[in-house]
Design a protein around this ligand. Sequence first.
Ligand SMILES: Nc1ncnc2c1ncn2[C@@H]1O[C@H](COP(=O)(O)OP(=O)(O)OP(=O)(O)O)[C@@H](O)[C@H]1O
Length: 244
Amino acid sequence: MSSVLNVPTLQVNVARKVFPAVAGRAANHVLDAILFDVEAGSFVAITGPSGGGKSTLLNIIAGLDRAFDGGIRFSDPNLNVAFVFQSPRLLPWRTVRENIALVLPPNDPRHANIDELLGRVGLADAAHAYPEMISLGMQRRAALARAFILEPDILLMDEPFVSLDDPTAQGLRQLLMELWSRRPTTVLFVTHDRQEAVMLASRVICLAGAPASVVQDEAVALTIGERVDRDKVRAEQNRIFGAA
Ligand SMILES: Nc1ncnc2c1ncn2[C@@H]1O[C@H](COP(=O)(O)OP(=O)(O)OP(=O)(O)O)[C@@H](O)[C@H]1O
């Protein structure tokens, strides 16, 4: 049984990604020789400097960008993949509840879970509000609920808590950990924020260089309880990345 968890869910091989030259802009060789496996149930943060190719890599893994040399292999082609973007991308003409319901087929039994999930993400009272009526933090809670209602095998997240004030971002991180602990799923989480990476992930992959490649790939040695302790997180961040 235990060997099941050690099977890679995902094998990433991006030998080369080049955005071609357009309208006077030179071709941009963004990623080079990126090779790693992701084990089922692990929470992997992909970090690195702004403009370093993190989103490009996640888009390739998601299958949104197929113009690269290499291959992305899932252990099972029927794995259920969900994506949480930087912007919540809720339909403005649909209520919060409708935005979540929309991702499920009409007669799917998971419709019965929507109200409980809305309660868990603190949106029970906002279920019938339209996105423009709620804060960005609440919209991001809705985007998390929309991803988790799918019960994904793999959850891809691209800077989902960026540009929020610190307490709101911290509340969302804790919410993500709660949702993830209730239903552990394989997560790839892109962030430029090293502290956020260490706080959330079981493993940190750091991209750097131009073109970017993997310069660090480290397990995070923190228990769930230690992740809410800022001093422990900072110490682990310093161990992995060095004191900046
Ligand atoms: N569609 C595109 N066409 C051309 N170049 C692109 C395209 N998308 C991204 N790039 C370039 O690829 C490089 C990597 O961008 P990417 O968005 O992947 O970086 P990032 O690490 O996610 O950055 P950030 O943290 O700022 O979001 C940048 O130089 C960017 O300008």
